[in-house]
Ligand binder design. Sequence first.
Ligand code: ADE
Length: 224
Amino acid sequence: MRIDILTILPRLLDGPFADSILQRAQDNGLCEIVIHNIRDYSIHKQKQVDDYQFGGGAGMVMMVQPIADAIDKLKSEREYDEIIYLTPDGERLNQGICNSFSLKKNIIMLCGHYKGVDQRIRDHYITREISIGDYVLSGGELAAAVLVDSIVRLIPGAMNDETSALTDSFQDNLLAPPIYTRPADYNGWKVPEILTSGNTPKVEEWRFEQALEKTKTRRPDLLG
Ligand code: ADE
């Protein structure tokens, strides 16, 4: 899988992909993450990328030209399955969307700033608009980092057995059950006995019940 990220603040994305699972996935050739500075594509004086909005009003708008040229160049080099715009007014991200994106081959992610991008970019290039939650970030970069992380960890081989995605919260529309490690007794705080019983079917049953109970109280919406 290849993920191209278009941003005006590339440095914001230096850190998130340089450690742990994301770094390993890139080192092992499971994915390639390429950051592009939109400013490099501006044909305007002083590499301008934003301008005042037509009709007046506070806040700048990201211009069509630099973004259009950046996307056109990428599209001339390979086919893209999705061109995603990270925006608070997009479709709210969930595990199902992450699962489906993890099966794609090439994805472009566009990070917005200021008031956002000129609507014509959204009309003519963007295939999916994604929000990571009902709150507003100062730009799309951190949202893109969240989206990349949630996708790449699902690529077969990105995680080993110990970090398997199959037992994640949301993977079966249930929150994850409580987990414990040694010692079985910490100053009188004991681990539930069933977990040290060695009875695997009973452990699985307990985990399912706990997950169901937690989901009922915290996120009944997930149970539909
Ligand atoms: N850009 C700013 N806020 C955002 C959000 N909540 N999700 C995605 N992109 C954003």
